[in-house]
Design a protein around this ligand. Structure first.
Ligand code: M6R
Length: 353
């Protein structure tokens, strides 16, 4: 039931702060110790020499963020693969691979095909899914819940943040993040709430920048490039504005030729190592007429940025940076008079290959 909300998508965007708290309550005990991840899972992963995350769409984008946690905290090399590609073009695997399937529905046919293939090859697999007792959770060796609660809108929102959170927690069970993850996630929940409370700002940004546009861009570097992919998918999927999300350094290798007077270019700026370079790229597209809209973290924000994201640990910034993009997609779609929850040609769960 969507209650007082006009669309499920808005309700699900708003639920993300609560989802973050629920996930922490499930995976941490009161003393801040991790719980709910069986030793069999962590032991089997520790024996692996490489992780392979396999997923589709938004879940694939969540995997691109999760990769950083597994590599930086758990120190396990991690590859992220699109299920429909992996299924028919399997890359060369390491000696001891471990597979992680990410899925909201647990029913995505492309991911199921890969799971079938890797099981036949005898490799261990864990599914992180929102719908437990789904095909992907039943057929993998291990399954952990993503705990986003029912997601009805075709455009995935809270399942993305939940998948990122659960990957962070799983990675922290394998290696030390070097900070108090439980405390930082409590802060993340507070700040997600603070951003979703700013709906009017994003409504205005969406209406001003996107109402009559036929194309748009999301750029970022590092983790922000990963979030840019998800941000672009969200916008194009429901507003039908052709949107590309990509690594900002690639602009000069081709895409910058698409910039015209007024082309909206959203920049996600939360990573200190590359903030200077990204500022340069924003200036370059602005000089060619782009309408630049910068969402920057508190530590990196400058005068003129469209929105300042509250500061949390940089590796966790994707959990905040994605929220404005979800709201912008929602309000742009609304402004164009479209059905936010049921975009044309799409199904919530893609059960055919
Ligand atoms: O249920 P899954 O997470 O396996 O689904 C994967 C994609 O079909 C899904 O994320 C899709 O891309 C969403 N509609 C994006 O908003």
């Amino acid at each position: 039931d969507k209650g007082a909300y006009p669309y499920y998508m808005l309700k699900e965007i708003d639920e993300q702060a609560v989802v973050a708290r629920n996930i922490s309550a499930h995976y941490f005990d009161e003393d801040g110790n991790l719980q709910g991840i069986p030793c069999a899972v962590t032991d089997t992963i520790q024996e692996a020499d490489r992780l392979y995350i396999v997923a589709a769409g938004t879940s694939y984008h969540a995997g691109l963020v999760g990769k950083r946690y597994f590599e930086q905290w758990a120190k396990i090399p991690t590859e992220v693969h699109i299920a429909s590609e992996f299924a028919y073009d399997q890359p060369m695997l390491s000696e001891k691979p471990f597979f992680i399937f990410l899925s909201q529905s647990g029913e995505t046919a492309d991911s199921r095909e890969v799971l079938d293939n890797v099981k036949k090859q005898g490799y261990p697999a864990l599914t992180l899914a929102n719908v437990m007792n789904s095909t992907l959770t039943r057929e993998a060796d291990f399954a952990l819940p993503v705990l986003a609660g029912p997601e009805i809108a075709v455009a995935s929102t809270k399942a993305y943040t939940a998948q990122v959170l659960v990957q962070a927690i799983l990675a922290a069970s394998l290696g030390n993040p070097g900070f108090d993850l439980k405390a930082e996630l409590a802060k993340v929940a507070v700040e997600i709430q603070a951003i979703t409370d700013e709906k009017e700002s994003f409504k205005k940004i969406a209406e001003d920048a996107l109402k009559d546009q036929h194309s748009a861009f999301y750029i970022g570097r590092g983790l922000d490039a990963a979030v840019a992919l998800e941000a672009a998918l969200k916008l194009k999927e429901i507003s039908y504005i052709q949107t590309e999300g990509f690594a900002a350094g690639e602009l000069k290798h081709g895409t910058i030729s698409l910039i015209e007077e007024g082309t909206p270019v959203f920049a996600l700026l939360t990573q200190s190592k590359t903030a200077g370079l990204l500022r340069g790229e924003v200036a370059q597209v602005a000089a060619r007429g782009a309408n630049t809209i910068v969402f920057a973290s508190e530590d990196l924000a400058k005068e003129g940025d469209a929105f300042v994201l509250p500061q949390v640990n940089e590796l966790l910034m994707p959990l905040l940076a994605v929220i404005p993009a979800q709201l912008v997609a929602y309000y742009a779609t609304l402004a164009r008079g479209l059905d936010v929850d049921r975009p044309r040609n799409l199904a919530k769960s893609v059960t055919v290959q």
